[in-house]
Design a protein. Structure first.
Length: 139
C-alpha cells in the first residue's frame, strides 16, 4: 500500500541521516477525530482545512497557513548529474541504433539542453530511468 511505502521510505531516509521523522497528522486519535468531524468544519466559506487553520492561528505565521501548496524538488543534478549524464549519452545512442526511437537530432538537443541549463533535474531523471530500463530489459 502506498502509505506504507511512503512511511517506510521516510523512516529509512531519516535514519540514513540521523534524523527522527515525525508524521503528526497520522496519529490515530487525530485521524479518528477528523473522521467524526462535520464536513462544514473542514471546509467553510470555500476555505479548506478551516479548523486546522483556526487551531494553528497565532502559533504558525499566517504566511504559511494561507499560502498555496508547494512541492519540492530533489536536487538530482547535484547528487548524480555527471554519472547520470554519462549513462544517458552512452545508452541513448543505442536506442537510436537498435530501435530507431531516438533521432540523432533529439540526442544532440538533449545533450545541449542538459549541458546549458542547471534546471534539468526532471529531464535528467526521466532520461536516466529510460536508459536504465532499456539496459535492464534489452541489453
Amino acid at each position: 500500500e502506498v502509505e506504507h511505502v511512503f512511511l517506510y521510505r521516510a523512516d529509512r531516509m531519516g535514519m540514513a541521516n540521523s534524523i527522527e521523522i515525525r508524521v503528526p497528522f497520522l496519529d490515530h486519535h487525530l485521524v479518528e477525530f477528523a473522521l467524526q468531524m462535520p464536513q462544514q468544519l473542514k471546509y467553510k466559506n470555500g476555505e479548506k482545512k478551516y479548523v486546522l487553520k483556526q487551531a494553528l492561528a497565532g502559533t504558525v505565521p499566517e504566511e504559511f497557513l494561507y499560502r498555496k501548496k508547494q512541492g519540492f524538488c530533489v536536487p538530482i543534478r547535484e547528487w548524480a548529474g555527471s554519472m547520470m549524464h554519462e549513462k544517458i549519452f552512452t545508452v541513448l545512442p543505442r536506442l537510436q541504433s537498435d530501435w530507431g526511437v531516438v533521432s540523432p537530432d533529439f540526442l544532440e538537443a538533449m545533450r545541449t539542453r542538459l549541458q546549458e541549463t542547471e534546471e534539468q533535474g526532471f529531464l535528467s531523471w526521466n532520461l536516466y530511468t529510460l536508459t536504465t530500463w532499456y539496459e535492464r530489459w534489452f541489453n
